[in-house]
Ligand binder design. Sequence first.
Ligand code: NAI
Length: 246
Amino acid sequence: MRLKDKVTIITGGASGIGLATAQKFAAEGAKVVVCDVNQNGVDQVVSGLAATGATVAGYLVDVTNKDQIASMVADVKAKFGRIDVLVNNAGITADAQFVKMTEEQFDRVIDINLKGTYNCARAVIDTMVEQGSGVLLNASSVVGVYGNFGQTNYAATKFGVIGMVKTWSKELGKKGIRANAVCPGFVATPMVKAMPEKVIQAMEERVPMRRLAQPEEIANVYAFLASDEASYINGAAIEVTGGVTL
Ligand code: NAI
């Protein structure tokens, strides 16, 4: 119960790492708010967690839509009175080699992964400053540190997330707010499972542990970072890769 009563908003919480994070935070006693563009997915998470006795709420929110985010944040404050943790997890890929990437592909990934992260953090930050406490956790990627073939757009967003996190940690540390990024390697989620089997096998072979991460192994890191056990971790970009970069 390391996260007892911590009011936590998780974006993209209907699938993959976001879903595992919602489950982990609920198991650790948090009050979990899940938002996603997938209404059916949100409904399933909410009913699944409510059945375990967890305190949970769900919202249909597109992280590119500031009105939807504002209305969720207002509702969460009315319901729970505070916001302790934001997990900026929603993200997409739209891969193509640089010479073939369209402007639409570039802009879409920037809008969701980078601007969406900014939008959600901006919507909760005044509350956290008023409280004098808060934790901003943000999905980066090993791709944001090292780049990746076919991911000019995605790498730019994930590198950008680390830049925002380092800036927020400098600006907000004195106000009791910590900001960190998590940089997973390859994780077995719908985002990765959509890739051809051969590509997945090649990924596994590159990892010293010879396997992908399970979403729960990333959720565990978010839970630690959100907890008071991580009270002096600020401005970090924590790699959770099974050693793939070695
Ligand atoms: P996923 O595709 O399983 O889940 C992403 C969730 O975000 C989905 O439920 C989707 O509906 C939601 N979403 C998409 N666009 C949205 C929007 N505009 N507003 C709100 N929700 C939206 O993906 P996965 O793998 O769980 O990824 C989660 C995060 O972790 C992403 O930011 C991703 O870039 C990052 N990541 C994933 C890795 C992997 O290997 N799976 C590796 C490194 C980082």
